[in-house]
Design a binder for this molecule. Structure first.
Ligand code: SER
Length: 404
């Protein structure tokens, strides 16, 4: 299946099971000051979980545009070295607003993975919450999983892994994560890069975490108290990039058709090919590909580069992509020429890309030219200041640093 087919098959499976297909909300959250960018499928339903808003459906399914570049969920530093982390990604989800709960949600997930998508059942394993002072162990989720999995493939982890919350406050609950075992021969990305594994357990390094099923039950208050939600609810999230890698048989998300057309285009500009290693040119290609998707989707949702808030994050991402482009030897502005690849690949699923195409190209191009001018103008000035400081008292005054 192509990634576009996987996205559609997820939505149609849940539609057949009584869910309303709801469009992704924009990356800029509507009316939620606790959030810089949409970071999960449940964001647009936050008030529905809290009982402050009613919809004419109690089951929904979405492919949601997400950014994890700030706040509680931030993957920026992993992008490049990691094969499985992104700033921008798509989260597939099914939601129940006081309708079904764990007894239906776990079988829904199991049947999609093993019957619709035909993943090998014996490669799947799951985790549940092991309990702490505030919330007890999830006995019920464990019992339900026992119908599908032997006990040794049901892991029990603490709050860091198996209690999900969107931010410091808001809807939250115990969760159960589903992993796909890639095989013991699969090394850990961090180790391959010369570092140490950051996985939650040794087994996790050979497995890919593909789906998080959150059993929403509480509304966390600023003082940490957990108030009950009006009704137990379901919020699930599956990274399209990861599950596509599993279904298409790749270890790296960057080898799926969500990235290969873009990496090919970057390679054409840079006169190279992405070989999926930890060598600097491959890392730079992954950074450019990841950031290119992020900037295109952000600009389509109305964010423009600036020095404040969301615009600042966008500018940071764009300039990081430009620097990595230069490391690949592309000295001319080129990112704006990649926008069309993304519009072509994602425009059917996200029509705002088609509608915004020429504005996006223009914004990327002018930011590239601006950064070019900053470097052409600023680098000699910086070198001059550093030379003078080196020859003198080795100090750059605050005033000069500010002007730079
Ligand atoms: N909200 C949960 C997550 O982001 C499940 O969608 O992991």
């Amino acid at each position: 299946m192509t990634a576009n087919e996987i996205r559609l098959s997820f939505l149609s499976y849940f539609e057949r099971n009584g869910h309303r297909i709801v469009a992704s909300s924009p990356l800029v959250p509507h009316d939620d000051p606790t959030l810089l960018f949409t970071n999960a499928g449940m964001n647009q339903f936050k008030d529905v979980f809290l009982g402050k808003e009613k919809r004419d459906y109690t089951r929904a399914t979405t492919a949601q545009k997400c950014m994890r570049v700030s706040g509680k969920h931030n993957d920026l530093d992993n992008v490049g070295p990691s094969f499985r982390h992104h700033t921008f990604f798509e989260m597939l989800g099914n939601f129940s607003f006081g309708d079904y709960f764990k007894r239906e949600a776990i079988p829904f997930a199991w049947k999609l993975l093993t019957e619709e998508w035909k993943l090998q059942p014996d490669r799947l394993w799951a985790t549940i919450f092991n309990g702490d002072a505030a919330v007890p162990r999830d006995d019920e989720a464990c019992d339900i999983w026992r119908k599908f999995l032997p006990v040794e493939r049901i892991g029990e982890l603490g709050a860091a892994d198996n209690f999900w919350q969107m931010g410091d406050t808001g809807p939250c609950g115990r969760c159960s994560e589903i992993y796909y075992f890639r095989g013991s021969e699969v090394g850990c990305n961090e180790e391959a890069a010369g570092g140490v594994c950051r996985g939650s357990s040794a087994a996790a390094t050979a497995s890919s975490k593909i789906w998080n099923n959150v059993f929403m039950e509480f509304d966390r208050q600023a003082n940490g108290t957990l108030n009950p939600l009006p009704a137990p609810s379901i919020d699930t999230g599956m990274g399209l990039e990861r599950v596509t890698a599993v279904i298409q048989g790749h270890l790296s998300n960057y080898d799926t058709d969500l990235f290969t057309p873009l990496l090919r285009a970057i390679g054409e500009r840079a006169g190279t090919t992405h070989r999926g290693t930890m060598e600097p040119p491959d890392v730079s290609m992954r950074v450019v590909a990841d950031h290119m998707r992020a900037m295109t989707f952000l600009i389509a949702d109305g964010v423009v580069p600036s020095n404040e808030m969301r615009g600042h994050v966008l500018r940071k991402i764009m300039r990081r992509a430009m620097r990595h482009g230069q490391r690949l030897g592309v000295l001319e502005p080129f990112l704006h020429t990649l926008v069309d690849v993304i519009v072509r690949e994602f425009g059917d699923a996200y029509p705002e890309l088609k509608a915004g195409r020429s504005a996006i190209v223009q914004v990327v191009r002018s930011e590239e030219e601006r950064f070019d001018a900053v470097l052409t103008d600023g680098l000699p000035k910086l070198e001059d200041v550093l030379d003078k400081a080196a020859a003198g008292n080795k100090v750059v005054s605050g005033d000069v640093a500010f002007r730079l």
